[in-house]
Design a binder for this molecule. Structure first.
Ligand SMILES: NC(=O)c1ccc[n+]([C@@H]2O[C@H](COP(=O)([O-])OP(=O)(O)OC[C@H]3O[C@@H](n4cnc5c(N)ncnc54)[C@H](O)[C@@H]3O)[C@@H](O)[C@H]2O)c1
Length: 259
Protein backbone atom coordinates (compact mmCIF):
# COMPACT_ATOMS: atom_id res chain seq x y z
CA UNK A 1 0.00 0.00 0.00
CA UNK A 2 1.29 3.46 -0.89
CA UNK A 3 2.42 5.39 2.17
CA UNK A 4 0.55 8.66 2.79
CA UNK A 5 2.66 11.82 2.50
CA UNK A 6 3.28 13.96 5.60
CA UNK A 7 0.87 16.61 4.34
CA UNK A 8 -1.85 14.01 3.70
CA UNK A 9 -1.34 12.63 7.21
CA UNK A 10 -1.76 16.05 8.79
CA UNK A 11 -4.61 17.22 6.59
CA UNK A 12 -7.82 17.75 8.57
CA UNK A 13 -9.73 19.19 5.60
CA UNK A 14 -13.44 18.30 5.77
CA UNK A 15 -13.22 17.32 9.46
CA UNK A 16 -15.04 19.09 12.27
CA UNK A 17 -13.56 19.63 15.73
CA UNK A 18 -14.90 20.99 19.00
CA UNK A 19 -12.37 22.55 21.37
CA UNK A 20 -13.75 23.26 24.85
CA UNK A 21 -12.17 26.23 26.61
CA UNK A 22 -10.81 27.25 23.21
CA UNK A 23 -11.23 31.00 23.67
CA UNK A 24 -7.74 31.52 25.14
CA UNK A 25 -4.63 29.81 26.49
CA UNK A 26 -3.90 26.18 25.62
CA UNK A 27 -7.32 25.77 24.00
CA UNK A 28 -6.69 28.63 21.60
CA UNK A 29 -3.28 27.16 20.73
CA UNK A 30 -5.07 23.94 19.80
CA UNK A 31 -7.83 25.73 17.82
CA UNK A 32 -5.23 27.53 15.77
CA UNK A 33 -3.29 24.36 14.71
CA UNK A 34 -6.46 22.33 13.97
CA UNK A 35 -7.85 25.17 11.85
CA UNK A 36 -4.51 25.57 10.05
CA UNK A 37 -4.64 21.84 9.19
CA UNK A 38 -8.02 22.47 7.52
CA UNK A 39 -10.57 21.51 10.20
CA UNK A 40 -13.78 23.37 10.94
CA UNK A 41 -13.62 24.27 14.62
CA UNK A 42 -16.32 25.10 17.14
CA UNK A 43 -14.93 26.93 20.18
CA UNK A 44 -17.10 26.00 23.17
CA UNK A 45 -16.27 28.37 26.01
CA UNK A 46 -17.86 30.34 28.83
CA UNK A 47 -16.10 33.57 27.87
CA UNK A 48 -18.19 35.19 25.16
CA UNK A 49 -15.94 38.20 24.57
CA UNK A 50 -12.71 36.21 24.10
CA UNK A 51 -14.53 33.42 22.28
CA UNK A 52 -15.99 35.75 19.65
CA UNK A 53 -12.55 37.36 19.21
CA UNK A 54 -10.91 33.97 18.62
CA UNK A 55 -13.51 32.88 16.02
CA UNK A 56 -13.60 34.04 12.40
CA UNK A 57 -17.30 33.27 11.84
CA UNK A 58 -16.39 30.99 8.92
CA UNK A 59 -14.38 27.84 9.63
CA UNK A 60 -13.91 28.79 13.30
CA UNK A 61 -17.15 29.50 15.17
CA UNK A 62 -17.94 30.21 18.80
CA UNK A 63 -20.70 28.91 21.07
CA UNK A 64 -21.13 30.11 24.63
CA UNK A 65 -20.98 26.86 26.60
CA UNK A 66 -20.60 25.80 30.20
CA UNK A 67 -19.09 22.32 29.87
CA UNK A 68 -20.19 21.37 33.37
CA UNK A 69 -23.85 21.68 32.29
CA UNK A 70 -25.52 18.75 30.57
CA UNK A 71 -27.90 20.86 28.45
CA UNK A 72 -25.04 23.09 27.23
CA UNK A 73 -22.97 20.07 26.20
CA UNK A 74 -25.89 18.54 24.28
CA UNK A 75 -26.39 21.83 22.49
CA UNK A 76 -22.67 22.11 21.75
CA UNK A 77 -22.69 18.84 19.77
CA UNK A 78 -25.95 19.76 18.02
CA UNK A 79 -24.54 23.13 16.95
CA UNK A 80 -21.29 21.61 15.64
CA UNK A 81 -23.29 19.16 13.53
CA UNK A 82 -25.72 21.84 12.33
CA UNK A 83 -22.99 24.35 11.43
CA UNK A 84 -20.44 21.98 9.92
CA UNK A 85 -22.34 18.79 9.03
CA UNK A 86 -20.77 16.28 11.46
CA UNK A 87 -18.26 15.75 14.26
CA UNK A 88 -14.85 14.07 14.04
CA UNK A 89 -12.61 15.49 16.78
CA UNK A 90 -13.29 16.65 20.33
CA UNK A 91 -10.66 18.26 22.53
CA UNK A 92 -11.73 18.33 26.18
CA UNK A 93 -9.55 21.21 27.33
CA UNK A 94 -11.71 23.49 29.50
CA UNK A 95 -10.45 23.41 33.07
CA UNK A 96 -9.88 25.46 36.18
CA UNK A 97 -7.17 25.33 38.83
CA UNK A 98 -8.08 27.51 41.82
CA UNK A 99 -5.58 27.08 44.69
CA UNK A 100 -6.95 26.22 48.12
CA UNK A 101 -5.48 24.25 51.01
CA UNK A 102 -7.48 21.11 51.85
CA UNK A 103 -8.05 22.35 55.39
CA UNK A 104 -9.83 25.44 54.00
CA UNK A 105 -11.53 23.79 51.04
CA UNK A 106 -15.33 23.79 51.05
CA UNK A 107 -17.50 21.08 49.55
CA UNK A 108 -18.51 23.68 46.94
CA UNK A 109 -14.83 24.36 46.02
CA UNK A 110 -14.25 20.64 45.56
CA UNK A 111 -17.46 20.03 43.59
CA UNK A 112 -16.84 23.01 41.29
CA UNK A 113 -13.41 21.71 40.22
CA UNK A 114 -14.79 18.20 39.76
CA UNK A 115 -17.72 19.40 37.65
CA UNK A 116 -15.68 21.66 35.34
CA UNK A 117 -12.63 19.40 34.99
CA UNK A 118 -13.98 15.84 35.25
CA UNK A 119 -17.78 15.66 34.86
CA UNK A 120 -17.43 17.80 31.72
CA UNK A 121 -15.14 15.19 30.15
CA UNK A 122 -17.77 12.52 30.82
CA UNK A 123 -20.60 14.68 29.40
CA UNK A 124 -18.66 15.75 26.30
CA UNK A 125 -17.42 12.19 25.65
CA UNK A 126 -20.95 10.77 25.98
CA UNK A 127 -22.57 13.30 23.66
CA UNK A 128 -19.72 13.34 21.12
CA UNK A 129 -19.34 9.58 20.99
CA UNK A 130 -23.11 9.10 20.41
CA UNK A 131 -22.81 11.42 17.41
CA UNK A 132 -19.60 9.76 16.14
CA UNK A 133 -21.08 6.26 16.50
CA UNK A 134 -24.19 7.32 14.54
CA UNK A 135 -21.98 8.69 11.73
CA UNK A 136 -20.04 5.39 11.56
CA UNK A 137 -16.72 6.95 10.53
CA UNK A 138 -14.86 6.85 13.87
CA UNK A 139 -13.40 9.86 15.61
CA UNK A 140 -10.75 11.28 17.91
CA UNK A 141 -11.18 12.44 21.49
CA UNK A 142 -8.29 14.27 23.15
CA UNK A 143 -8.39 14.99 26.87
CA UNK A 144 -6.13 17.65 28.35
CA UNK A 145 -4.96 16.32 31.70
CA UNK A 146 -1.84 17.71 33.42
CA UNK A 147 1.44 16.51 34.84
CA UNK A 148 -0.67 16.67 38.03
CA UNK A 149 -2.47 13.55 36.75
CA UNK A 150 0.83 11.80 37.48
CA UNK A 151 2.61 13.82 40.17
CA UNK A 152 1.59 16.90 42.22
CA UNK A 153 3.14 20.17 41.02
CA UNK A 154 2.23 22.37 43.99
CA UNK A 155 0.35 22.54 47.28
CA UNK A 156 -3.24 23.78 47.08
CA UNK A 157 -4.30 21.69 44.12
CA UNK A 158 -5.54 18.49 45.80
CA UNK A 159 -9.01 18.81 44.23
CA UNK A 160 -7.44 19.65 40.87
CA UNK A 161 -5.04 16.70 41.05
CA UNK A 162 -7.93 14.38 41.95
CA UNK A 163 -9.90 15.67 38.93
CA UNK A 164 -6.96 15.21 36.55
CA UNK A 165 -6.18 11.69 37.85
CA UNK A 166 -9.88 11.09 37.17
CA UNK A 167 -9.64 12.36 33.60
CA UNK A 168 -6.70 10.04 32.96
CA UNK A 169 -8.66 7.05 34.31
CA UNK A 170 -11.69 8.06 32.25
CA UNK A 171 -9.48 8.37 29.16
CA UNK A 172 -8.20 4.80 29.48
CA UNK A 173 -11.57 3.17 30.14
CA UNK A 174 -13.43 5.10 27.46
CA UNK A 175 -10.62 4.30 24.99
CA UNK A 176 -11.20 0.61 25.70
CA UNK A 177 -14.97 0.93 25.29
CA UNK A 178 -14.99 3.12 22.18
CA UNK A 179 -12.29 1.27 20.22
CA UNK A 180 -14.87 -0.99 18.54
CA UNK A 181 -16.33 2.18 16.97
CA UNK A 182 -12.90 3.37 15.80
CA UNK A 183 -13.06 6.28 18.23
CA UNK A 184 -9.54 6.79 19.55
CA UNK A 185 -9.21 8.47 22.96
CA UNK A 186 -5.90 9.89 24.16
CA UNK A 187 -4.66 12.49 26.63
CA UNK A 188 -2.04 15.22 26.73
CA UNK A 189 -0.46 16.09 30.08
CA UNK A 190 0.98 19.61 29.90
CA UNK A 191 3.56 20.96 32.34
CA UNK A 192 3.80 24.72 32.96
CA UNK A 193 2.33 26.62 30.01
CA UNK A 194 2.08 30.44 29.89
CA UNK A 195 -1.65 31.16 29.66
CA UNK A 196 -4.09 33.77 31.04
CA UNK A 197 -5.13 31.22 33.68
CA UNK A 198 -1.54 30.81 34.93
CA UNK A 199 -1.01 34.59 34.87
CA UNK A 200 -3.93 34.91 37.31
CA UNK A 201 -2.28 32.43 39.72
CA UNK A 202 0.63 34.73 40.62
CA UNK A 203 0.23 35.78 44.26
CA UNK A 204 -1.07 39.34 44.72
CA UNK A 205 1.75 41.83 44.24
CA UNK A 206 4.16 39.34 42.61
CA UNK A 207 4.82 39.58 38.89
CA UNK A 208 4.13 36.58 36.65
CA UNK A 209 7.87 36.55 35.80
CA UNK A 210 8.80 36.22 39.49
CA UNK A 211 6.13 33.60 40.08
CA UNK A 212 7.28 31.63 37.07
CA UNK A 213 10.98 32.00 37.94
CA UNK A 214 10.59 29.51 40.80
CA UNK A 215 8.85 27.05 38.48
CA UNK A 216 11.33 27.70 35.66
CA UNK A 217 14.19 26.57 37.88
CA UNK A 218 12.61 23.09 37.96
CA UNK A 219 12.29 22.75 34.16
CA UNK A 220 15.25 21.01 32.48
CA UNK A 221 14.46 22.79 29.17
CA UNK A 222 14.69 26.14 31.05
CA UNK A 223 11.63 27.65 29.42
CA UNK A 224 7.94 27.85 30.19
CA UNK A 225 5.80 26.15 27.57
CA UNK A 226 3.67 28.01 25.04
CA UNK A 227 0.10 27.08 24.04
CA UNK A 228 1.49 26.08 20.64
CA UNK A 229 3.68 23.41 22.29
CA UNK A 230 0.39 21.71 23.17
CA UNK A 231 -1.35 22.72 19.91
CA UNK A 232 1.25 20.79 17.88
CA UNK A 233 0.80 17.62 19.94
CA UNK A 234 -2.99 17.96 19.71
CA UNK A 235 -2.62 18.14 15.92
CA UNK A 236 -0.57 14.92 16.04
CA UNK A 237 -3.29 13.16 18.08
CA UNK A 238 -6.14 14.59 15.97
CA UNK A 239 -4.55 13.49 12.69
CA UNK A 240 -3.51 10.26 11.01
CA UNK A 241 0.02 10.79 12.30
CA UNK A 242 -1.14 8.96 15.44
CA UNK A 243 -2.89 6.14 13.57
CA UNK A 244 -2.00 3.38 16.07
CA UNK A 245 -2.68 5.20 19.34
CA UNK A 246 -5.52 4.97 21.81
CA UNK A 247 -5.56 5.09 25.62
CA UNK A 248 -2.21 6.92 25.76
CA UNK A 249 -1.14 10.02 27.64
CA UNK A 250 1.60 12.20 26.16
CA UNK A 251 3.55 14.28 28.69
CA UNK A 252 4.55 17.70 27.28
CA UNK A 253 6.42 19.39 30.12
CA UNK A 254 9.94 20.38 29.08
CA UNK A 255 11.20 17.51 31.24
CA UNK A 256 9.80 18.81 34.53
CA UNK A 257 8.71 15.37 35.77
CA UNK A 258 12.38 14.34 35.65
CA UNK A 259 13.39 16.91 38.22
N1 LIG B 1 -1.46 26.31 31.79
C1 LIG B 1 -0.86 25.27 32.36
O1 LIG B 1 0.26 25.38 32.85
C2 LIG B 1 -1.55 23.94 32.41
C3 LIG B 1 -0.80 22.83 32.84
C4 LIG B 1 -1.42 21.58 32.88
C5 LIG B 1 -2.73 21.43 32.48
N2 LIG B 1 -3.43 22.53 32.06
C6 LIG B 1 -4.81 22.32 31.64
O2 LIG B 1 -5.02 22.89 30.37
C7 LIG B 1 -6.36 23.35 30.26
C8 LIG B 1 -6.37 24.81 29.83
O3 LIG B 1 -5.66 25.57 30.78
P1 LIG B 1 -5.21 27.08 30.50
O4 LIG B 1 -4.02 27.31 31.33
O5 LIG B 1 -5.16 27.35 29.05
O6 LIG B 1 -6.44 27.86 31.18
P2 LIG B 1 -7.01 29.36 30.93
O7 LIG B 1 -7.67 29.73 32.22
O8 LIG B 1 -5.95 30.25 30.39
O9 LIG B 1 -8.12 29.12 29.82
C9 LIG B 1 -9.20 28.24 30.12
C10 LIG B 1 -10.37 28.48 29.20
O10 LIG B 1 -11.42 27.60 29.63
C11 LIG B 1 -12.64 28.35 29.74
N3 LIG B 1 -13.52 27.74 30.74
C12 LIG B 1 -13.39 27.70 32.08
N4 LIG B 1 -14.43 27.09 32.65
C13 LIG B 1 -15.26 26.70 31.64
C14 LIG B 1 -16.51 26.02 31.58
N5 LIG B 1 -17.15 25.62 32.71
N6 LIG B 1 -17.07 25.80 30.37
C15 LIG B 1 -16.44 26.21 29.24
N7 LIG B 1 -15.26 26.87 29.23
C16 LIG B 1 -14.68 27.12 30.42
C17 LIG B 1 -12.20 29.76 30.12
O11 LIG B 1 -13.20 30.72 29.80
C18 LIG B 1 -10.93 29.91 29.29
O12 LIG B 1 -11.21 30.40 28.00
C19 LIG B 1 -7.02 23.08 31.62
O13 LIG B 1 -7.71 21.86 31.58
C20 LIG B 1 -5.82 22.99 32.55
O14 LIG B 1 -6.09 22.21 33.69
C21 LIG B 1 -2.88 23.78 32.03
Amino acid sequence: MKQKSISELMNLGGKTAIVTGGAMGIGLGIVSRLAEAGANVLIADLDEKEGEKSADGKRVKFLKTDVSKEEDVKKMVEVAVKEFGGLDIVVNNAGIYPQKHVSEMTKEDFDKVMSVNLRSVFLCTREASKQMISQGRGGKIINITSIDALHPSMIGLAHYDASKHGVWGFTKNSALELAEHKIWVNAIAPGGIATPGVAKMSPAGASMEKFLAAFLAKIPMRRIGEPDDIGKVALFLASDLSSYMTGSQIVVDGGVLLS
